[in-house]
Design a protein around this ligand. Structure first.
Ligand code: PEP
Ligand code: MN
Length: 359
């Protein structure tokens, strides 16, 4: 069965982009309700709060647990907002359903754990509740796909994905690097799956929320999840990345929401012209790559005849250096050239390997 297109809009009558906001964690009844009351003016808003918090290290605030569910229920009664919480095991699912939570989400640490995902999927069998699936912590798109499939197999078709970035050992501007390509890979697998971006967990820093939120809008994401707390400085979890409801308003005012398509003839004609040129260039690019690979095969034969190894590291390092320099002069980024050359180099090695292994 197919995923329903933008079912979140259909279910709740919300328009794009859907906004999910609320604190990282429900900490007290007062903090939860005050935050919700400040947010209720946004008509597209779904209220989020973590009840059980999966923390990297023990002895951190691990969520308020069961009693927080009553606060979430109160949010619903007092503000009329729809609510969403994270579930990580069957017991959470049962309690959330019992407390009329409207939408569930699966956290990044759970998506990457097939046992937990299966337990949740089993607990959700025959339930009619939308579920959002965050990407796993590590950049393995198959875990994300697998989590969605487990839920589909349990008969849950009201699904969305939340892109919250991926862990990296490298020094990076962001807490979790976005790796937009991986989110696009998921989208390719499930074209109708609504995509929500979580700039809070991507950036880990309240100063960078807008830039990531804008990128997501530019890429036609269906919604945003932004951690919002009445007093971020004193938040019990993720305080560097939480913003106040007022700061959220400022961000929303600055955000440019682009149309996926517009019905303007001139716009379409110009876009088509540019796309035709891109199509031509891509063909040229592929032809050049084919010519390059033919040369690589010739080198492979030459090395084989002379009993020389395939990988010659000095040559590779020199190539990389000179190409990066040339590319940078042309305004292409170092990271891009490195990634491109690495992919080309890998294919070249594979080609030469197959020449070497031919009898
Ligand atoms: C959260 O949304 O507060 C959370 C714990 O997120 P993640 O699972 O993306 O780390
Ligand atoms: Mn958080």
């Amino acid at each position: 069965m197919e995923l329903m297109t933008n079912h979140f809009q259909k279910i709740f009558g919300l328009s794009k982009p859907i906004l999910i906001a609320g604190p990282c964690s429900a900490e007290s009844e007062k903090q939860t309700l005050e935050t919700a009351h400040e947010l209720k003016k946004h008509k597209n808003l779904i209220f989020r709060a973590g009840i059980w918090k999966p923390r990297t290290r023990p002895n951190s605030f691990e969520g308020i647990g069961f009693k927080g569910l009553q606060w979430i229920q109160k949010v619903k009664e007092e503000t009329g907002l729809k609510t969403t919480i994270e579930v990580a095991k069957a017991e959470h699912v049962e309690l959330a359903l019992r407390h009329q939570v409207d939408i569930l989400w699966i956290g990044a640490r759970t998506t990457g754990n097939p046992f937990a995902m299966q337990e949740i999927a089993d607990a959700l069998k025959n339930e009619d509740i939308p579920v959002m699936v965050k990407n796993p912590i590590n950049p393995e798109v198959n875990l994300w796909i697998g989590a969605v499939e487990r839920l589909q197999d349990a008969g849950i078709y009201n699904l969305a994905a939340i892109h919250r970035g991926f862990f990296t050992y490298k020094n990076s501007k962001y807490r979790n690097i976005p790796q937009w390509q991986l989110a696009l890979d998921l989208k390719r697998k499930f074209p109708d799956l609504p995509m929500i971006c979580d700039p809070s967990h991507i950036t880990g820093n309240s100063n960078h929320i807008l830039e990531i939120a804008q990128k997501a809008m530019d890429m036609s994401y269906d919604g945003l999840m932004i951690e919002t707390h009445i007093d971020p400085e004193n938040a019990l979890s993720d305080k560097e990345q939480q913003i106040t409801p007022l700061e959220l308003e400022v961000i929303l005012e600055k955000l440019v929401v682009r149309n996926f398509e517009i019905d303007d003839k001139e716009f379409k004609a110009t876009l088509n012209q540019l796309r035709i040129q891109i199509d031509d260039l891509d063909i040229e690019l592929l032809d050049v790559l084919k010519r390059r690979m033919d040369l690589v095969e010739k080198i492979g034969h030459h090395k084989k005849e002379n009993d020389v190894t395939i990988l010659q590291n000095n040559r590779w390092l020199e190539m990389l250096k000179s190409r990066v320099k040339y590319g940078e002069e042309k305004g292409l980024s170092e990271v891009f050239i490195q990634q491109l050359l690495k992919a080309i180099h890998q294919e070249s090695i594979d080609k030469q390997n197959s020449v070497m292994n031919k009898k």
